[in-house]
Structures are given as structure tokens and as C-alpha cells.
Design a protein around this ligand. Structure first.
Ligand code: SAM
Length: 176
């Protein structure tokens, strides 16, 4: 299993980014996102997309994110621009993931130092400042080695028919 923990949500200001962390986690192969703090609006949006476009994917809220990090029974990867380059540690993390679950932690504003200490890996997707959504996307793609792109979805009520030009969405019971 792969879980994503989104720390430091600020209601209002972070709604869109937190929603995008959840949607990106879902689309790129994670099983669950945990949202710290009052992120109910983002949770509703992510659940709505999962209902329409499929899962399995779970959204949860937590008031004790640091405890989730401390007590996670698996490998904890904290994404941070200050961490070790992803290309240097990805193989080791993939190996760990063969045996146990992975928790990927991303921040919003400043992440407290106890998260850096509790993480098994502090990982940078470059050592340049950018976005939790971008960092998460690149990390998950490395973790799954691209296989997440061919993921199958269950319990969707609609799906996109890929096309070179145009937009086509059909009910999932359609043969198209
Ligand atoms: N300035 C804040 C700090 O020092 O903790 C981070 C703000 S940044 C907009 C929000 C989140 O994006 C970070 O907590 C981290 O998870 C992620 N992030 C930003 N740049 C990153 C990078 N180069 N590699 C990995 N994650 C990154």
C-alpha cells in the first residue's frame, strides 16, 4: 500500500492545492490520502471524483498527523527540497516497498523538524523550491516505475475514451 499524508492544510487558502494533492495521489497509484486539519472541502471534492471516475481510493482526515508519521508501520518518505536527491534513493525505497507500506508526506507551509527526524527518508525532487503536487507526482512515478500509468479503475460510472482531438466520456458499461 501507498498512503499520502498532506500536512499543514490552511482552510480556504490551501483548498485547491490540498484537493490536487489528493487527486494526484489517486491518479498516480496511491491507495489513500490522509488530510491533516480542517480539509473537509478538499475531502468532499476528492471523494466526488473517486465516485465518478473510480477507485479504489480512500480519503481520511487526521488531527494527529505527527502521530501518523511516528507510528506508521512501514517506510516514511518526506518530500522536501532539502532532502537527498530522489534519483539516489529511489531504488532503495522501491526495494523497501516490495515488503512494506510506504507513507509519502508532503507539506503546505513550514514542516516541523520532528517530521524530518521521524522520516526514514527525506527526499528532494531536485533541491529547488517548487510544489507538493509536482513533487508527489514525480516521486510516485519513480516509486511505481511508470506502471501506475496503466492502472485499472473499479466502480467508476464513467470513463474517458482517449482521443487525439476532442473530448469523449462514456458510461463504464459502454463497449466503446
Ligand atoms: N517552505 C516550506 C518549508 O521549508 O518547509 C515548504 C513550502 S513548499 C511550497 C510545500 C511542500 O512542497 C513542501 O513541504 C514539500 O513537501 C514540497 N516540495 C517543494 N519543493 C520540493 C522539492 N524540491 N522536492 C520535494 N518536495 C518539494
Amino acid at each position: 500500500e501507498v498512503w499520502v499524508l498532506r500536512l499543514g492544510h490552511r482552510p480556504g487558502r490551501d483548498n485547491r492545492m490540498t484537493t490536487h494533492v489528493g487527486l494526484t495521489a489517486r491518479a498516480l497509484g496511491a491507495d489513500r490520502v490522509l488530510l491533516a486539519g480542517d480539509a473537509t472541502k478538499s475531502r468532499d471534492t476528492i471523494e466526488d471524483i473517486t465516485d465518478r471516475f473510480g477507485g479504489p481510493f480512500t480519503v481520511e482526515q487526521t488531527d494527529e498527523p505527527n502521530r501518523v508519521v511516528r507510528e506508521f508501520p512501514g517506510t516514511v518518505v518526506h518530500l522536501t527540497m532539502y532532502g537527498l536527491p530522489v534519483q539516489d534513493v529511489e531504488a532503495e525505497i522501491r526495494e523497501a516497498h516490495a515488503d512494506e507500506a510506504v507513507l509519502v508526506v508532503v507539506g503546505a507551509e513550514k514542516v516541523t523538524f520532528d517530521v524530518y527526524e521521524a522520516a526514514d527518508y527525506n527526499v528532494g525532487v531536485t533541491n529547488q523550491p517548487h510544489s507538493e503536487v509536482a513533487g508527489l507526482a514525480v516521486f510516485l512515478d519513480r516509486l511505481f516505475d511508470g506502471r501506475e500509468l496503466d492502472r485499472e479503475w473499479t466502480d467508476a460510472d464513467r470513463r474517458v475514451v482517449p482521443m487525439a482531438t476532442g473530448k469523449k466520456v462514456v458510461p463504464t458499461d459502454s463497449e466503446e
